[in-house]
Design a protein around this ligand. Structure first.
Ligand code: AP5
Length: 216
């Protein structure tokens, strides 16, 4: 199973991606971590990208796609399954990554979209800043990252929806509840195609999950 995590900063891509990877025992590719690692090691690439990261700007597509290709090749060598967190973030990245993945026989089966409002996202990231001190978790940079998500990344979702692989999840609920909803949807999706009812192969909207239970 190849799962792509998409959502605004603070929506839980890392948190839920780690849960999915542990549950299915598959590797996790986190583009942000790979970039931050280059910055920490002061590699040539790290010197190019560190300003982009600090300002909450998107790193140029060319660099990201190079990382995506390398990561997909490594994941294929390790068996082919993975959780991909952090890319694509632009329509150009989505198209190019799809081409790379098709060449490698590694296209995504499921895209998890995490939904949460800006107030909650900002609250989470500022709380994290107090503990982890990430350079881009300041109020001003968070605002910019959220705006970039709306402008550049949100438009990709329609493309995945039309391909029938989008699962939208309300990410404002507690972490374990969000995780349970995602794992249940993924368990359904990984059934052999012949056994999956047609309705499950269409985009899935789980954003109302639990609402009826809370207000019977
Ligand atoms: P990246 O590291 O991917 O950052 P991001 O997208 O801004 O996302 P975050 O890591 O901040 O949040 P998350 O959604 O993973 O949430 P998390 O689980 O951590 O990218 C950083 C930078 O790298 C980008 O700004 C860009 O510069 C560059 N970059 C990366 N990919 C790129 C690309 N493809 N193209 C160009 N540039 C790229 O959770 C956040 C906090 O909330 C945690 O403290 C967590 O405990 C808490 N939390 C999570 N879920 C819940 C919940 N349900 N309830 C309460 N708290 C929760």
């Amino acid at each position: 199973m190849r799962v792509v995590m998409i959502g605004p900063p603070g929506s839980g891509k890392g948190t839920q991606g780690a849960l999915i990877a542990a549950h299915f025992d598959i590797p996790r590719i986190v583009v942000g971590d790979l970039l931050r690692d280059h910055v920490a090691r002061r590699t040539d690439l790290g010197q190019v990208v560190h300003r982009h990261l600090g300002r909450g700007e998107l790193v140029p597509d060319k660099i990201v796609l190079c990382i995506v290709r390398e990561a997909l090749i490594a994941a294929r060598a390790a068996g082919g399954d993975c959780v991909f967190d952090g890319a694509p973030r632009t329509m150009a990245q989505a198209r190019a990554a799809h081409k790379i993945a098709t060449e490698l026989g590694m296209t995504a089966n499921v895209v998890i979209q995490l939904l949460a409002g800006e107030e909650e996202l900002t609250r989470r990231l500022l709380a994290r800043a107090a503990v982890e001190h990430r350079a881009d978790d300041t109020e001003q940079v968070i605002r910019h990252r959220l705006a970039l998500y709306q402008q550049m990344t949100q438009p990709i979702l329609g493309w995945y929806s039309r391909r029938g692989i989008l699962v939208s999840v309300d990410a404002t609920r507690p972490i374990d509840e969000v995780g349970r909803g995602i794992l249940a949807a993924l368990e359904l999706k990984r059934q052999p195609p012949g056994h999956v009812p047609a309705r499950v192969r269409r985009p899935v909207d789980l954003t109302r999950l639990g609402v009826e239970c809370a207000h019977p």
